[in-house]
Design a protein around this ligand. Structure first.
Ligand code: ADP
Ligand code: MG
Length: 227
């Protein structure tokens, strides 16, 4: 495994237990991503894409396998990080764009964007303003999520993922609810981030977006079907 990989996973598996039933959601996937790379994960519904993304992002513990992020071993082998160290990695290394945006309806666009920084350090309105400008939503900062379009909500979700200056953006179907023109705009924004050296790992059903990535990983039944 090359050390310069920002994410390096080997034989990751995740087994969920529901009563006596076992679901092997991710079944021995190895995965690497370098700085500034875009990797697209595709596959049918229920194939384990979200589970894989959550493990890569240190949001969920693998059942087995090893994972290093930012050159640090996180799971597996002899070393495991404490919950406190994991929390630090989550907020300093990663920016998360969840499938359903998860914007808080009673907070303004600006407040939603500042939220991940709120409990960590005061990034200040300046950082929020910078990411809003980058995403072309600076005119919307006082609006509530209910007052903006789906494309704009998606941009707010990306802006929020950028507020702490992450090295890796993990995005679960970032164009899932957008028309093709809006989807192309989000694709251009994500490619722009890679040019700044940010690694983007995304789950997508959008073929154009998947094809535009540096690498594609197709998964079926928790296994790599094609690379
Ligand atoms: P995808 O994102 O590709 O649609 P998921 O990673 O969400 O797939 O799910 C993969 C499999 O794991 C599915 O069979 C799903 O039902 C199961 N699964 C996901 N999360 C859980 C959970 N928390 N508990 C039990 N089963 C789960
Ligand atoms: Mg999913």
């Amino acid at each position: 495994m090359a050390n310069d990989m920002i994410i390096s996973a080997r034989d990751l598996s995740k087994v969920f237990r529901r009563g006596s039933e076992e679901v092997r959601a991710v079944d021995g996937i190895s995965f690497e991503a370098g700085a500034g790379e875009m990797v697209a994960i595709t596959g049918p519904s229920g194939s384990g894409k979200t589970t894989l993304l959550n493990m890569i992002g240190c949001l969920d513990n693998p059942t087995s396998g090893t994972l290093s992020v930012g050159g640090r071993p996180v799971f597996g082998g002899h070393r495991e990080l404490s919950e406190r160290e994991l929390t630090r990695i989550r907020r300093e290394l990663f920016g998360y764009v969840f499938q359903k945006f998860y914007l808080i309806p009673t907070l303004t666009v600006e407040e939603n964007i500042m939220l991940p920084g709120a409990f960590y350090q005061a990034p200040g309105a300046k950082a929020a303003r910078d990411v809003m400008k980058l995403l072309g939503i600076e005119q919307r900062y006082r609006h509530l999520p209910g007052e903006i379009s789906g494309g704009e909500m998606q941009r707010v979700a990306i802006a929020r993922a950028l507020i702490n200056g992450p090295k890796v953006i993990l995005a679960d179907e970032p164009t899932g609810s957008l028309d093709s023109r809006r989807a192309d705009e989000i694709s251009a924004i994500l490619h722009g981030l890679t040019k700044q050296g940010i690694t983007v790992v995304l789950v997508t059903h959008n073929l154009d977006l998947a094809r535009s990535a540096d690498r594609r990983l197709e998964i079926r039944d928790g296994k790599i079907h094609a690379e």
